[in-house]
Design a protein around this ligand. Sequence first.
Ligand code: COA
Ligand code: AMP
Length: 624
Amino acid sequence: MSAYTEARDVAREDPSGFWLAEADRIDWAVPPSVGLDTTHEPLYRWFPDGELNTCANAVDRHVAAGRGDTVAIIHDSPLTGTVRRITYAELLDEVSRFAGVLAGLGVTVGDRVLLYLPMVPEAVVAMLACARLGAVHSVVFGGFAPAELAVRIDDARPTVIVAASCGIEPSRVIEYLPMVDEALTLTDHQPRARVVLQREQAPAVLGPIDHDWAEAMARAVPHDPVPVKATDPLYILYTSGTTGRPKGVVRDNGGHAVAMAWSFENVYGMGPDDVWWAASDVGWVVGHSYIVYAPLITGATTVMYEGKPVGTPDAGAFWRVVADHGVRGLFTAPTAIRAIKKEDPSGSHLDRYDAGTLRALYLAGERLDPDTYLWASERLQVPVVDNWWQTETGWPIAANLRGLDPMPIKPGSPSVPVPGFDVRIVGSDGGVLPAGQDGAIVIRLPLPPGTLPTLWGDDERFVDSYLSAYPGCYTTGDGGYVDEDGYVYVMGRTDDVINVAGHRLSTGSMEAVVASHPDVAECAVIGVHDDLKGQIPRAFVVLKSGSEADPEALQSEIVAAVRDQIGPVAALKEVVIVPGLPKTRSGKILRRTMRGIADGRPEPVPGTIEDVRVLEAITPLLRP
Ligand code: COA
Ligand code: AMP
C-alpha cells in the first residue's frame, strides 16, 4: 500500500481519528479530545472542544522557538521598485501592535473587520491582527467596484474597515478610499472607524472616522493572542455564486490551521526552511491559504509580489523573483503562465536568471490546459502540478501530493483526490457513474477540516446551495470524470459561474447590470473561450421593440456599466445584439446550450425548445 492510498483510506474510514492525529501540528490553548462533531448533521464541525489562536500559531510560536530572525515575508514590488524583508520577530511586533490598534477601536472577539488592501505586507499584518483578537476578517479584492464592496459590507457588518489609500496597477494608481466612501453611501451598515494605510503614490484625505495607520501604530499598545474555540470563525471570504448575491464562505480557526499545516507539507512538499511564493492576491482564497496562513503556520518564508507576470517589466518577471529570493515552490494560475508564454514563446527570459532553486510549479484556479502544462514543463524542467479546489474548500480537493507521495502526472488532470476528500462522479439521477463517464463532481460528507462549515449567517443557503442536490454529498459545481487509475478530470462548471484569468465571477451579476440598460429587453451573459484568460464573458442582448440604439454606443455603455458596478476584473468587453434568446417552453433561457455552441460542442436541441429559429439565428453569433 502506498503512503497515498493508506492516508486516503484511513481518512475515509475514520475521518475523526485521522485528523485528530494530525491536530498536533498546531499549538492549542486547549487540545481537542474529539475530531469530528456530527451532532448537527449535515452541518459538521471539527475539533469542537479545542481552543487555539491562529495568529499565535502563525507568528508567536516561531519566535518562541528561537526562529525570530527567520524571514517571514519577502515583499517584492516591481510596481513601487521596493523589496522589503520582515522577520518573524518583526512580524510579531507589528501584528501585536496592530491588534492593539484594532482593540483600541473597540474590536473584540467575533467582530468583523473588512480589509480593502492591495498586495502590501500590511494586508497580512491586518489579517493576523484580527486573528489575534479572535475577530473575523473579510478581505475584499481591490479589483471590485464600490457596489460589490457595499454588498459585502452589508452582509458582514464590520466594526472597522482597514483600507489603503491606493492600489497600483501597471497602467494606473487606483484610489481606494473614494471607493470605500462610495460603497458606504450604498450600505445600511456603517463601520465605527476606518484605519487608512497611506501610500505615497496617492495619499488620501482622512475623514472624521479615519485613523492614520502609521500614527495609530506609533502609539499602539501590543495585544496578546486571545484563545478562541476551534469552531469560531477566522474569516469570511465572499465568492461568486450563480445568483448576483455573493456567498460569504466561512472559515473556522482549528480545522483551518490543521488543514493549512497538513497540506503545505503533504500536498506542496514545503517545510519551515523553504521560500515559497504564491503569486496570487490576498483578496482570493489562494492568497488567504497559501500567501498567508499555510506558509506562516509552518514557519516558512512567504513571498508577496505586487506586480504582474508580464510587463513589470517583462515576461522574465517571475523568473527574476524566483532567482532573487531562492524560491523553491511557485504557485500561480495557468493564465499567468499563458501570459508569459504569449510574450516569450521560446522561454528565452528564463536564460537570464538562475531559477535552479525551483522544485515545482503549482497551478490552480482554472483548468490547466495540456498546452500550457507542456510548455511550462519543458521550459522549467520541474514538475508542473495542477491542483483543483475552490474558495469553499480552502485547500486542494485533488492534487499530486508532492510531499506525501509524488505520482506520475497526467496532462489535463489535477491527479487524485486528496485524503479527506471522498470524490464521486454522479449522474443527473444521483447515481455514481463508472470510470470515464462525465457527470457532476461531488464530495461525500463530511468534508475534511478547513473546508467551509457554513455561509456567513445563512445555514439554510449553505444547505440549499451545496448539500441538497445530492443527499449526503457536497456539490462542487464542477463537472468532469475520473479515469481507471482514479485520476480526476475537471472539465468546467455546471452552473453559471465563470473563470476569467483565474478570477471567479458570476454571469448572473453581470446579467443584472446588462439588463438594467434602458434599451435592453432581455439578455444572457455566457463565458466563451479565450486563449489568454481561459474564459471571457460575452453578453447577448435583445433590444426593446422600437429601440434604435447604436450597437457601438450600446456596447460601450454596457461595458462601462459592468466595470462601474462590478469592477474591472469582470472584463466584459463584448456585447452582441441578437434577435432573440433560445428558451425552453417554460421561458427559461438555454444558457447551457448557448455555452455548448460557443465552445464548439453543440448539444442536441432539447425537444422543449420554444423556437428553434431563434437558436438558428444566433448560432453564428455565438461562435468566437
Ligand atoms: N485592483 C484594481 N484593478 C485590478 C486589480 C486590482 N487588484 N487586479 C486587476 N485589476 C484590473 C486590471 O488592471 C484590468 O483593468 P483594465 O481592464 O483597465 O486593463 C482588469 O482588472 C482585468 O484584470 P486581469 O483580468 O487581471 O487582466 P490583466 O490583463 O490585467 O492581466 C493576467 C492578465 C493573466 C496577467 C493576470 O490576470 C494575472 O496575473 N492573473 C493571475 C490570476 C491570479 O492570480 N488568480 C488567483 C488564483 S491563483
Ligand atoms: P475559486 O473559488 O475562485 O478558487 O474558483 C474555484 C473554481 O475554479 C472551481 O470550482 C473550478 O471551476 C475552477 N478551478 C480551480 N482550480 C481548478 C483546476 N485545477 N482545474 C479546473 N478547474 C479549476
